[in-house]
Design a protein around this ligand. Structure first.
Ligand SMILES: *[C@@H]1O[C@H](CO)[C@@H](O)[C@H](O)[C@H]1NC(C)=O
Ligand SMILES: *[C@@H]1O[C@H](CO)[C@@H](O)[C@H](O)[C@H]1NC(C)=O
Ligand SMILES: *[C@@H]1O[C@H](CO)[C@@H](O)[C@H](O)[C@H]1NC(C)=O
Ligand SMILES: *[C@@H]1O[C@H](CO)[C@@H](O)[C@H](O)[C@H]1NC(C)=O
Ligand SMILES: *[C@@H]1O[C@H](CO)[C@@H](O)[C@H](O)[C@H]1NC(C)=O
Ligand SMILES: *[C@@H]1O[C@H](CO)[C@@H](O)[C@H](O)[C@H]1NC(C)=O
Ligand SMILES: *[C@@H]1O[C@H](CO)[C@@H](O)[C@H](O)[C@H]1NC(C)=O
Length: 453
């Protein structure tokens, strides 16, 4: 195995007190998110965004990604993997270096009806977590399963699990980010388990970061919890009451992913909506400012400041890493709350994809996306100079046109079993599994194993 997990226990002993404290502090957070801050997004503290007044009414959407109960748990300790037995990654085949995006834009296309349906179901895959298991939870319609992403200018063959596993023999993959990354890893594992069931070989105490192994292929797939990519501390008590804003260190990358990074062959990293939360920003070990901090006497810098800094830093790390594998940066994905947001009754009741132009990217999503694209462009140039294979997974368009792909009320089991008009929390941010994000893997497969020649 490439990863030496024994090192975990060493690290745990060394810092158990700190971690215990953090565990206690974090457990309250998910509860708190249901109550959601009532003062957190008051317009008067949005000073740096006052010129973007239209944003303010949308600020509510930020709570979305964090309400998945398991989201705010803890990922593995910052494991020191620079031990002597660390193996450098293999040299890639020259074909792997072909910039595939130049051949065809896989991200520009349409959803077309297709009767084949998904590769897996809630019956065939046991790895679907409850909040995304729409079939099991009783979502009544199934039309959303019968669409295929069809790029306009090129062929996109369906995901071939057998071929993928063959070609990924002895490789190590990791999906790094927030709960959307976890959503994605489940999709990939379910598609691959149509050939072989992976064995879970690691999870952290809070089941936040996990690792699976496909024994016959010696393929390892990790999901690393790092919602901010930079060092972060969250302070909330067991009752979900915040004692302090998130403390973000914009100039310290989260070791939870950077320590593993050199040993991975394929990396997909992303981040997004967590940056919309109230936070104190640190740089150079001093407070540089904050976002939504009525109490402190700090300069409001706006989430966009922190997002850009973080992406710059994370992407620069990647671009100058001399990494020989394949690294993907995935854009953040849009939510589809209508008639409200996460906390105030927003829903997503559509059962078919949207037509082009029918749904616009919300302003906040658009700001995140523009920063992502700008920073990616800069980093890609640098990466190319350094021989680092960095590519963009721009799933925004294909996700935007799938308002029908979210669990909605079916994030919980049989939400209307007892009361047909029950008021139920909707999830219009994460994706049903099976569901539209399975197509992400069609594209990833095309960009990795099929990209030769
Ligand atoms: C990294 O993992 C540690 C240990 O599990 C956790 O306390 C910490 O919150 C994680 N870091 C970030 C930025 O999520
Ligand atoms: C996204 O969709 C719009 C409208 O169809 C199109 O103009 C744009 O080029 C698409 N972007 C990408 C990256 O495919
Ligand atoms: C439907 O999708 C399958 C793969 O999932 C593909 O082989 C088939 O050609 C598609 N059918 C149509 C009519 O597009
Ligand atoms: C899968 O979902 C169906 C409804 O679509 C349900 O009847 C069945 O019990 C579920 N099976 C499992 C194993 O969850
Ligand atoms: C399994 O793959 C890892 C790389 O991910 C490699 O270091 C290890 O030697 C492989 N094990 C075997 C038995 O081939
Ligand atoms: C960080 O602080 C040191 C001294 O405290 C200073 O010399 C340095 O310029 C600072 N760096 C940045 C980027 O602010
Ligand atoms: C806030 O900071 C400014 C200077 O940065 C200072 O003049 C002011 O007195 C401070 N206010 C409070 C309430 O501490």
């Amino acid at each position: 195995m490439k990863f030496n997990w024994k090192l975990c226990s060493v690290s745990k002993k060394q810092s158990w007190i700190v971690k215990l404290a953090i565990v206690v502090l974090l457990t309250g957070l998910s509860f708190r998110l249901f109550v959601f801050r009532s003062t957190g997004f008051e317009p008067q503290v949005e000073t740096s965004l006052l010129d973007k007044a239209e944003l303010l009414k949308q600020d509510d959407s930020v709570v979305g990604p964090s309400v998945d109960e398991t989201d705010l748990q803890i990922s593995p300790a910052a494991v020191d993997l620079t031990s002597p037995d660390a193996q450098p990654v293999e040299e890639p085949n020259p074909e792997d270096q072909i910039p595939y995006a130049e051949k065809c834009d896989l991200f520009n296309g349409d959803w077309i009806p297709n009767q084949s349906g998904p590769l897996y179901t809630n019956e065939s895959c046991s790895l679907i977590e409850t909040p995304q298991n729409c079939m099991k939870n009783g979502r009544p319609d199934s039309g959303y399963l019968y669409w295929r992403w069809n790029p306009r200018d090129c062929e996109l063959p369906p995901f071939d699990a057998q071929r993928f596993l063959e070609l990924m023999r002895n490789k190590a993959w990791a999906l790094i980010g927030d709960s959307i990354s976890r959503n994605h890893v489940q999709s990939l594992l379910c598609m691959l388990s149509t050939v072989e069931r992976p064995v879970e070989v690691y999870h952290d105490e809070e089941y936040k970061s996990k690792r699976w192994h496909f024994n016959s292929y010696n393929l390892t797939i990790s999901n690393i919890w790092s919602p901010f990519l930079v060092k972060a501390a969250i302070f909330e008590d067991n009752n979900g009451v915040s004692t302090s804003e998130v403390q973000l260190h914009l100039d310290i990358l989260d070791k939870n992913w950077t320590s593993l990074f050199p040993r991975l062959d394929y990396v997909i990293f992303s981040t997004g909506k967590w940056f919309l939360k109230a936070a104190i920003y640190h740089e150079n070990n001093t407070v540089a400012g904050c976002h939504i901090c009525p109490e402190g006497n700090f300069t409001e810098l706006g989430f966009d400041f922190a997002y850009r800094k973080t992406l710059q830093y994370a992407m620069d790390f990647v671009a100058t890493s001399k990494h020989k594998g394949q690294i993907f940066f995935r854009t953040s994905t849009p939510d589809h709350f209508e008639n409200g947001e996460w906390h105030n009754g927003g829903t997503c009741q559509r059962t078919t994809p949207a037509k082009e132009g029918e749904i616009e990217l919300k302003d906040l999503n658009n700001i995140l996306r523009n920063i992502e694209l700008e920073e990616f462009e800069k980093a890609a140039e640098k990466a190319a100079k350094n021989g680092v294979n960095l590519k963009l997974l721009d799933f925004t368009n294909l996700s935007l046109t799938r308002p029908d792909g979210h669990p909605g009320p079916y994030r919980q089991f049989q939400p209307f079993a007892k009361d047909k008009i029950a008021k139920v929390q909707n999830d219009c941010l994460h994706w049903c599994l099976p569901g539209p994000i399975d197509s992400w893997n069609d594209i990833i497969m095309e960009m990795t194993v099929n990209s030769e020649g």
